[in-house]
Design a protein around this ligand. Structure first.
Ligand SMILES: Cc1cc2nc3c(=O)[nH]c(=O)nc-3n(C[C@H](O)[C@H](O)[C@H](O)COP(=O)(O)OP(=O)(O)OC[C@H]3O[C@@H](n4cnc5c(N)ncnc54)[C@H](O)[C@@H]3O)c2cc1C
Length: 412
């Protein structure tokens, strides 16, 4: 079959990888490179993801795929230390002692929080989808813990939508991040970054004769006489991996779903600035919600300099001078001189992930277009939080759907 795949991110690449041996694949990617949110900057001496990424020990489909691609030997399980920046001070929050010394919660509140993270894995997500995280946390933990601990985290991730985020999202996040030993969480990363994963998928696809068209946005999708026309070119089947809101712009009648944008600033620095911590959540007001000390996670020797990300999520349009504002605030808060910043690059994507508002699941279930195979961050595999694992599973499922359609054409 001639199969068009719209979007060269993980979902699109994985479905192409699965189908390219037996089918004629064409991937349409609007950007100058593939990988989507998992694409990288290619510096002279190394590649580094445009948005910070790691994976988890429970990411079974992704780990299995790495095995198929002969990349398992490159997996590293690294310590993901965490902390907060509050009232001008960095508080490490990785070890039990650090948590005990944290001054902004009482012993009783810390105990309550610890119990909550222990039982969180047993909550039934289907009942939590329509409840807001705010209501749920206030009921479970009280107003003080919600306001002083969770609210700043929700604010930094969802901004003005923080109050409307579903408890299902929150609970799944806490569950995934509470899988830690006394020394902290172990997170997965690939030796010298994820670009080897993207390259391996791409080489397999093109090796089987698949075509990857970069700089080629899909602007029209039409069905006529049993064929799909993508930018006026005919195909037997189509897998669309882009946001419903973007698919709508191609002329399709599809329900929309709200997304949020992400802006991520990556910097090369001459020295470490996060006191050895990988992930610092900002509780003080700042034009970014987290500072990620990448080289406090991955070995600095791979890069020859320190890599730091500043992460910001937004809805609507971010200010045009966001990069300058971020750098100025970061220099002030973390006492960094301009000559200590070797380079700084900003990437933004207005479609960085669905907004998991209360009631999201019902909206998600309505996303469909007859005859078109859909897979992406809005798919069930990525509920209630999008991830590499979710997009790998969405891509694999889409490929299976195509195989089923081929065997039973009347079903489409
Ligand atoms: C800041 C940030 C940090 C993250 N960190 C992690 C992490 O640590 N661990 C984890 O598991 N997950 C993480 N994720 C999530 C993960 O990156 C995504 O779930 C995954 O990469 C999504 O892949 P996708 O293919 O579904 O979508 P995308 O990566 O969005 O791919 C869609 C592709 O479609 C292209 N496209 C859009 N419109 C068109 C068009 N009209 N025509 C052609 N092409 C088009 C886009 O350019 C893009 O390449 C993070 C995401 C963000 C934003």
């Amino acid at each position: 079959m001639r199969i068009a795949i719209i979007g060269g991110g993980i979902s699109g690449l994985v479905s192409a990888y699965r189908l390219s041996k037996d089918h004629k694949i064409t991937i349409y990617e609007k950007s100058a490179e593939i990988g989507g949110l998992l694409s990288s900057y290619h510096r002279k001496a190394y590649s580094i993801e445009r948005y910070y990424h790691h994976f988890f020990s429970g990411d079974r489909a992704f780990l299995h795929l790495l095995d198929e691609l002969n990349l398992s030997d490159t997996i590293l399980w690294l310590k993901g230390s965490t902390g907060t920046y509050q009232n001008g001070t960095i508080y490490p929050l990785t070890t039990p002692l650090e948590i005990l010394l944290y001054p902004h919660l009482s012993i009783f509140e810390k105990f309550r929080l610890a119990l909550f993270t222990k039982k969180v894995k047993h909550f039934d997500l289907s009942h939590l989808d329509t409840i807001s995280a705010e209501k749920f946390l206030t009921e479970q933990l009280g107003e003080k813990i919600y306001r002083s601990f969770f609210r700043p985290l929700l604010n930094s991730k969802f901004g003005q939508n923080a109050e409307k985020i579903s408890a299902a999202w929150l609970v799944s996040r806490v569950a995934i991040r509470s899988d830690r030993s006394l020394g902290g969480e172990r997170l997965g990363y690939l030796e010298r970054g994820f670009s080897s994963f993207i390259e391996s998928l791409s080489n397999t696809i093109t090796g089987y004769g698949g075509e990857i068209r970069i700089n080629t946005p899909v602007t029209s999708i039409q069905k006529a006489g049993g064929e799909w026309y993508i930018n006026d070119e005919p195909f037997d089947a189509v897998i669309a991996t882009i946001a419903p809101g973007l698919l709508k712009k191609t002329g399709l009648d599809i329900p929309d779903i709200p997304y949020q944008g992400a802006a991520c600033l990556t910097m090369g620095l001459v020295r470490p600035v996060t006191q050895g911590i990988y992930w610092i959540n900002l509780y003080d007001d700042a034009p970014y919600g987290a500072v990620i000390g990448h080289t406090c996670f991955a070995p600095r020797a791979w890069y020859g300099e320190d890599i730091v990300y500043l992460a910001s999520y937004y809805t609507g349009t971010p200010p045009t001078d966001l990069k300058e504002r971020m750098i100025e605030d970061f220099q002030r808060k973390f006492s960094v001189r301009s000559d200590e910043i070797l380079w700084a690059e900003m990437t933004r994507d207005p479609y960085a992930g669905p907004l998991y508002l209360a009631g999201y699941k019902e909206q998600m279930n309505m996303i469909s277009v007859p005859g078109l195979v859909l897979a992406g961050m809005f798919s069930e595999e990525n509920y209630p939080e999008r991830s590499i694992e979710g997009s790998v599973r969405a891509g694999l499922r889409a490929a299976e759907e195509i195989v089923r359609m081929e065997k039973n054409p009347e079903v489409t």
